[in-house]
Design a protein around this ligand. Sequence first.
Ligand SMILES: O=P(O)(O)OC[C@H]1O[C@H](O[C@H]2O[C@H](CO)[C@@H](O)[C@H](O)[C@H]2O)[C@H](O)[C@@H](O)[C@@H]1O
Length: 909
Amino acid sequence: MSNFHAALFLPYTVDFDKPQQSQANTPASALPAVSALHRKNSIGSANDAGSLLRDNAPSGITLPKTPAAMLAQEDYFTPTQPSAIAHFLRPNDTKALVRSDAHVPEWGAGGMFFNQPRSRAGRPADTVLEYQKNEERLNQQREQSRERARSLYKINSGNRKTDPRWEQTYRIVPAIQGNGGLTNAVRAADAAGTTQDVLHVGLVGFPTDEIDNEKQQEIYEKLEEEHDALAVFVSNKDYDGHYAHYCKTILWPVFHYIIPDHPKSKAFLDHSWSFYRNVNQAFADKIVKNYKRGDTIWVHDYHLCLVPAMIREKLPDAKIGFFLHTAFPSSEVFRCLAARTQLLEGMLGANLVAFQTPEYAHHFLQTCSRILAVEAIEDGVQLETRFVNVYASPIGVDPRKLAQGREEKEVQDWIDTLTERYHGKHVIVARDKLDSIRGVRQKLLSFEVFLKKNPEWRDKVVLIQVATSTREDPELASTVSEIVTRIDAQYSTLSHNPLVFLRQDISFHQYLALCSIADAMVITSLREGMNLSAHEFVICQDGTYGNKKHSPLILSEFTGSSSIFEGAELAVNPWHYQGIADAFKQALEMSEDEKATRYKKLRSNVLHHTGEFWVLNLTSKLDEVFEEQFRRDTMSIPRLSASNLIKDYELTRNRLFILDYEGTLANYGSIKNTVITNVDRVIDILSDILNDKKNAVYVMSGRTVEELELAFNRLPNLGLIAENGCFVRDGSSDEWIQFPDDEKTQTWKKSIKDILQYYVERVEGSWVEEHQCSLIFHYESEAASASRQAGECANQINDASASQRVRAIPTKDSVIIEPADYDKSTAAQHIYDRYPDNDRPEFLFVAGNDRDDEIVFKWGQELRESSKVRCVTTVTVGERNSLASATLPNGTTGLLSVLNKLSKIKTAP
Ligand SMILES: O=P(O)(O)OC[C@H]1O[C@H](O[C@H]2O[C@H](CO)[C@@H](O)[C@H](O)[C@H]2O)[C@H](O)[C@@H](O)[C@@H]1O
């Protein structure tokens, strides 16, 4: 059985061999500045290629070539290998450790590292018209590029469409695109046997229109046969529109709280939505085509939110998990997305939707209840016929492989070099992609405050900030440049630069060495799903190599990682510059004892939350919820066996029946009608059952005390549970017991009525029904806007009144607002407790059909599991998934006929 892991990019890509060039035909403009390309970017020399890309740097550090430098060159001349070491410890080993956060500038950028087609997509368009114009321009450019290549390689163009560069032989190499943390985690789990038969599904990481079908097929087969990878091929247009436009321009910012009503936000655009859908569909189709019963499907990250529902449509019984690697925003932000409903419904196609932290999971639950008007509880979301579990499990790193990586000679050499270079200085390290969410600007401004306020540190401290990918946000890059220049001008001296700002990536070896010699790491992301650099830093600080150990971690409280470190990190608010400045000081002046104490906790959390554990944890959670959902599926719940029930009935004394009324014993009546429905047959049967003194029967309902009394006044021995458990009347009494406190009830009702009034004025045809202990907001469910408003109403009440122990539950056409501490199961428990210890019921029969009956099924099941009641039968007559032990598919009629049979049984007194 296979474990599919679908992520936007495969962990592999293709590096084409270069065709022989014809020098004679080579246009001068197409030739690269070879000397510049082959020169190493030595940070130490003043006029090298690297100096164009950085402000200042220590001498003696040699860096790999940078993406920015390569972008300046014609794509078919870019050298391949040097920059791959920024991503892998061993670029030729397709299974070696990948950098967790690879910081690839944009899709198609692999062409800077490997010989493969590169994206020519420009800046995302503001309008559909602009988008179409861009497309025309790009098509022209593509054709020109092909022409150039044909002449360069002396290939007669004729009518050939295929580009000669991509007809060559090729190698499968580890991809620089994609989620390194995910790749490492799955590999670690695979190596440990925690997971097996992994099948990666993803794009090959570069535009493939220029690769002919035959070649695509060849690559597909090679990847499948040799690397257990299923390549998804989509058109360049879909690829650009999906990734560069929809994902990067809309979803990524919104998921990281870059509010869409910002004037620059493009979240209102929708022309890229169709590309997003197309790519998601291509993934779903690929998985469906290769799926075999029993397989498990994991879909990863925000690029593929629609895939779970698309698969579910074709494979209703498949086991599907969805994991969001990024943050998930609050519902206030998420609701700004035009495609919010489709995105949520897409994710809810999974059996399990998982997040990095409980906070993101909570936001998701709240967003679902608000936007889809569905009931969201702590464990998940109740849809019309399915339950979807929601869970949080943080990803981690592979400490074993990282430890091995640190043993590599290059790392050791770099540790020596850096130790010598920064002898006597305190080094703070940072490596971030220079994009809008990583908070580099905030970090530098805070460092400036730190230097200003702490002159004694100015010539002792060095902040080495590696800032990769400056192309995504030129405005940010220039603001950051200004700050760098200002700090440099203000605080650099002839012999010391307190800030080393590298506008390029460093190699993986250098990174591990830097982390090993650092006196602190600082991460000030404004929002981030996790931040595995923090974990890598902790692993490097064990004191095995280098003279530094247990150095503190300054970490933004808005990263997922901060949720697992339990305060052992120095948590900072990236918007509080003075706070970060104080954290710099605290880190630099921390006693060895405090460092050791904090480090112990940091390390134990990193070692606990490893990538392998993450895979294991998610896998077992998915198995567990899948089984439970299967059990709850009415199709798999066994039909009630009347003969077994009769046997139990005959064998027992003291029997307790708890039966839901509307939808279970009788059809639903009109909400506005107090005379519910014709109950004659029900009354006759219940009366017969009550004739046996060993039986107690309770009818439970959301109806009021008065309504139930009116409906059942002919059965004085019947027990009643009104208002979903707020009131109980025993069969032997006329007295009702009210559980919620009257005064408290009046207080919460007063405040909630104001909220409800707001929605009644906005939702046409809506009205509020008032019960003694609850309020019900009714609305016409047909209008989408009405159910959205109802969802919002429920959310607002839940936010406003949690402290009053009140909850609002959205249902299909109403929002029920009721006390959080009382329900049908608490009423049932009250009834059970009133039996004397030596005369408890031996037989319990619970029947229901709706969400509020489920909790009574659960209660009944627990009595059976704890052997408190010998014979327990819980029956659902509804169509939704259920915890009941049996079903009665022919509903009310079936139930009445079973009860009728029992009522005719005469047992010994
Ligand atoms: O930039 P993209 O290609 O759209 O990919 C998004 C990012 O994916 C990876 O980061 C995400 O997953 C990490 C591991 O779960 C998590 O630590 C991080 O917070 C997530 O955003 C990748 O590491 C990043 O480089 C990508 O930008």
